[in-house]
Design a protein around this ligand. Structure first.
Ligand SMILES: *[C@@H]1O[C@H](CO)[C@@H](O)[C@H](O)[C@H]1NC(C)=O
Ligand SMILES: *[C@@H]1O[C@H](CO)[C@@H](O)[C@H](O)[C@H]1NC(C)=O
Ligand SMILES: *[C@@H]1O[C@H](CO)[C@@H](O)[C@H](O)[C@H]1NC(C)=O
Ligand SMILES: *[C@@H]1O[C@H](CO)[C@@H](O)[C@H](O)[C@H]1NC(C)=O
Length: 475
């Protein structure tokens, strides 16, 4: 497919939104320049259960190749760009995308595999608990290994493999290198959440750092105003749900979790200006109560709702739907991954919380039970034991090599990643700093560009230098 890629400009926004962890959202953030039509989907026959040789079932897993920078004559390295919890519609191709920048500099092939149970790579048409047993990060890592070795073998002159991923797939990228040092020479783990945490109160606590004191108290004022109306009787409750266009959130926990996540994602994805400034100004001007909630709804409807999500995906009913739908089922699939294994339940901290105390561990436990029945609850210690992502426990340090952990200053997921490695020589880390520098910022930049000053270029140069070193290329 050695051809010039046409870039089509389309103004529609691809909505494929996942709550909680959401790196796939970059599809929408970068969707103004969409050349995805130039890359045909390809299919790999994948083993359903890598851990049971008596089961020979297979399924079709989607992948994409971007060979614009690869020289078939001379061969070259392969970047395996790892996807996480969402549909994939193209390989990285935009010139603002760090993967493309690195591939261009080092003449790499870019290959990307959709994660099982997301997009068009679901083995089943129904996400029953029975079928979901095959959805795990362990199976996902085996998928990647099986796929990339097969791909590398059929590509003439293929060189070494480097993995890159962001968020959950950043963790997969680090874990891939730890598990398969014979297949890959190095890994970039952008906002790589390698530490599985059950009661993840640190997430909300970090939002107060990312938001700073003024935005923190503005967001707390919004939460308090919403709580006051919510508990003032059912007609007040209906009224504010109408204002916020969140009427489908009939369960109290779903509603307050959505409210909290809409705030968190504003900071996490670099929308500080749209989220914080109007609220800070209004509060300084004495705005309270319904007026403040109405102002907040302008953010959830016109900023968050346009690029990041819709309230209905947060409802228990939506997530209980077992019928597989490539554009809707990611919520259920991702909840299964958190409820069965990874945790990261963003409960309200007891002090200085931005979110309502209705977002608590009882809510998450009940929610997992409502979606998957009793007994589906994560053993996060098992995950940390497997790969060693817990820096606070000297016995569970990550100890891979050639893994670069990158992070963004305003990203609350930093609290589940590695910011200061215990092994800086083999597992270095670097942070991109600016107000809008959020989740996976080094890979995709900030919406509308990062505010100044920032060190995005330095972080990318550093990453590129390391990749070249792993590949033994003098760059
Ligand atoms: C898969 O296993 C079943 C029974 O265990 C067997 O009948 C079938 O031929 C196998 N299929 C393949 C493709 O190996
Ligand atoms: C926890 O949250 C649930 C709703 O999500 C609420 O009913 C309950 O009162 C909360 N518990 C505490 C101790 O705040
Ligand atoms: C509502 O949000 C839009 C989009 O961010 C913004 O342009 C507009 O100024 C906001 N209106 C108010 C009253 O804050
Ligand atoms: C479940 O999802 C399917 C596929 O999107 C949809 O057609 C169906 O109406 C949904 N069922 C309910 C009860 O919402």
């Amino acid at each position: 497919m050695n051809k010039i890629i046409k870039i089509f400009v389309i103004f529609t926004i691809i909505v494929n939104v996942i709550n909680g962890l959401a790196f796939p959202k970059h599809d929408e953030l970068e969707s103004t320049l969409d050349g995805s039509g130039s890359f045909p989907a390809q299919w790999f026959t994948q083993t359903l259960d890598h851990f049971n040789f008596q089961n020979n079932q297979t399924f079709q897993q989607k992948y994409y190749v971007n060979d614009q920078y690869y020289n078939y004559q001379n061969g070259g390295p392969i970047i395996l760009y790892i996807n996480g919890e969402g549909p994939v519609s193209s390989p990285p191709y935009s010139s603002d995308d760090a993967v493309v920048i690195y591939a261009q500099a080092l003449n790499c092939m870019i290959v990307t595999l959709e994660h099982r149970f997301y997009g068009e790579s679901s083995p089943f048409s129904e996400l029953t608990v029975e079928n979901l047993q095959y959805l795990s990060h362990q199976q996902a890592l085996e998928d990647l290994a099986t796929f990339i070795v097969s791909y590398q073998n059929q590509l003439k002159n293929a060189g070494h493999i480097v993995t890159i991923g962001g968020s959950y797939s950043g963790a997969l990228s680090a874990w891939f290198r730890i598990k398969y040092p014979h297949i890959t020479v190095g890994s970039i783990a952008s906002s790589g959440v390698v530490h599985a945490i059950l009661d993840f109160t640190a997430f909300d606590s970090y939002l107060t750092v990312a938001g700073g004191p003024e935005c923190t108290s503005a967001l707390q004022a919004v939460t308090a105003a919403v709580e006051k109306e919510y508990f003032a009787g059912s007609s007040n409750q209906q009224h504010i749900k109408q204002i916020l266009q969140a009427e489908e959130l009939t369960e109290i926990g779903d509603f307050f979790y959505w409210l909290a996540d809409s705030m968190a994602e504003g900071l996490q994805y670099g929308y500080y200006d749209e989220l914080c400034y109007p609220l800070i100004d209004a509060i300084n001007a004495g705005t309270t109560g319904i007026d403040l909630i109405t102002l907040y709804s302008n953010y959830t409807i016109n900023t968050w709702g346009k690029v990041l999500g819709t309230p209905d995906e947060y409802s228990t009913a939506w997530q209980q739907n077992i019928t597989y739908d490539p554009s809707k089922s990611a919520d259920r699939a991702w909840w299964y991954q958190t409820c069965s294994s990874l945790g990261w339940f963003q409960a309200a901290p007891s002090q200085n919380s931005i979110r309502s105390s209705m977002v608590n561990m009882t809510y998450f436990q009940t929610h997992c039970e409502q979606l998957f029945g009793e007994g589906i609850w994560p053993n996060v210690n098992a995950v940390n034991l497997q790969y060693g992502g817990d820096q606070s426990n000297p016995l569970l340090n990550a100890a891979g090599s050639n893994i670069l952990f990158t992070s963004g200053f305003s990203d609350p997921w930093t609290q589940a990643s590695i910011l200061k490695s215990n092994y800086p020589d083999v597992e270095p880390s670097i942070m991109t700093t600016c107000r809008k520098c959020g989740h996976c910022v080094d890979l995709r930049g900030c919406p509308g560009g990062c505010d100044l000053p920032n060190n995005l270029d330095q972080v990318r140069s550093y990453s590129l230098k390391l990749i070249a070193t792993w590949l033994n290329i003098n760059n």
